[in-house]
Design a protein around this ligand. Structure first.
Ligand code: ZN
Ligand code: ZN
Ligand code: ZN
Length: 266
């Protein structure tokens, strides 16, 4: 079964342009003669297959991203972790949750589910629930590495990744894996990332960072895992799109907001 993945956002938590910054990349992100690929909203992806729409994360730019990509329906949402740049668009699921039959299923590991329940407590209150809160069913993921969630004919495998002091969730679906926010991979995740057509992974900037992979390290992950193609995401204003791609091998590209990829999901 063919699927289309759309990058809703490819920026780091601060987005590009970074507020208050006048660097060349931030300027290029907003000027008419700049490079629109340098305009990076907060990271998430949309998967379309089998007439269904599945999101991975809903960041603070989700409303604008959904308008831009004409997202009119969402059938399920998977979360990677509870940082603001990945969950703060949760409330914008409200109108979309009213369109699905029953409640909108959302999936998160235990720590992320607790964060979502805390931030959006009015949605999950048993009594005195705000009547127009999102109508969702929050499912906690099986913590076992490689444990799968079946959604509309495709299986999403939980891939543990290391993000600073936390272990968070990446996903593999068919021949593609999405590993945002990671600076390392635990041993048990390596066998789950073999034979990939597409690997999407974190590449924050040129210099090392305690909770994100940087360009050189991300290239090394690609060399180790040997996917057919790789796309970097969660990028800061230190990476100019054209200048960075020029130094990458042809099978590694930088993602940009709105980029679509086609692959086999099941
Ligand atoms: Zn992030
Ligand atoms: Zn900047
Ligand atoms: Zn994070």
């Amino acid at each position: 079964m063919q699927a289309t993945l759309t990058f809703l956002g490819t920026g780091t938590s601060m987005g590009v342009p970074t507020l208050g910054c006048d660097c060349a990349v931030c300027r290029s992100a907003v000027t008419l003669d700049g490079d629109p690929r340098n305009r990076r909203t907060r990271p998430s992806v949309r998967l379309a297959y089998n007439d269904r729409t599945v999101l991975i994360d809903t960041g603070p730019d989700f409303h604008a991203q959904a308008v831009r990509e004409n997202i009119r329906r969402v059938d399920a949402v998977l979360y990677t972790h509870g940082h603001a740049d990945h969950v703060m668009g949760f409330d914008d699921l409200r109108p979309l949750s009213f369109c699905v039959e029953g409640n909108l299923p959302i999936y998160a590991d235990d720590a992320t589910a607790s964060t979502i329940e805390r931030i959006f407590s009015y949605t999950f209150r048993k009594e005195d629930r705000y009547p127009t809160s999102a109508q969702v069913d929050l499912h906690r993921l099986d913590p076992t590495p490689g444990a799968g969630v079946d959604l509309f004919g495709a299986t999403f495998l939980r891939i543990p990744v290391i993000h600073g002091r936390q272990q968070i969730t990446g996903y593999r679906f068919g021949s593609t894996a999405y590993l945002t926010d990671m600076n390392d991979l635990p041993e048990e995740s390596l066998p789950l990332l073999q034979d990939l057509d597409i690997l999407i992974l974190d590449a924050l900037r040129h210099t090392p960072h305690f909770s994100h992979s940087h360009l050189e390290k991300s290239i090394a992950f690609v060399e180790k895992l040997k996917p057919r193609r790789a796309f970097f995401t969660h990028m800061s204003h230190e990476l100019d799109h054209a200048a960075t791609e020029a130094i990458l091998p042809p099978h590694i590209r930088l993602a940009y907001d709105g980029l679509q990829l086609h692959f086999e999901i099941a």
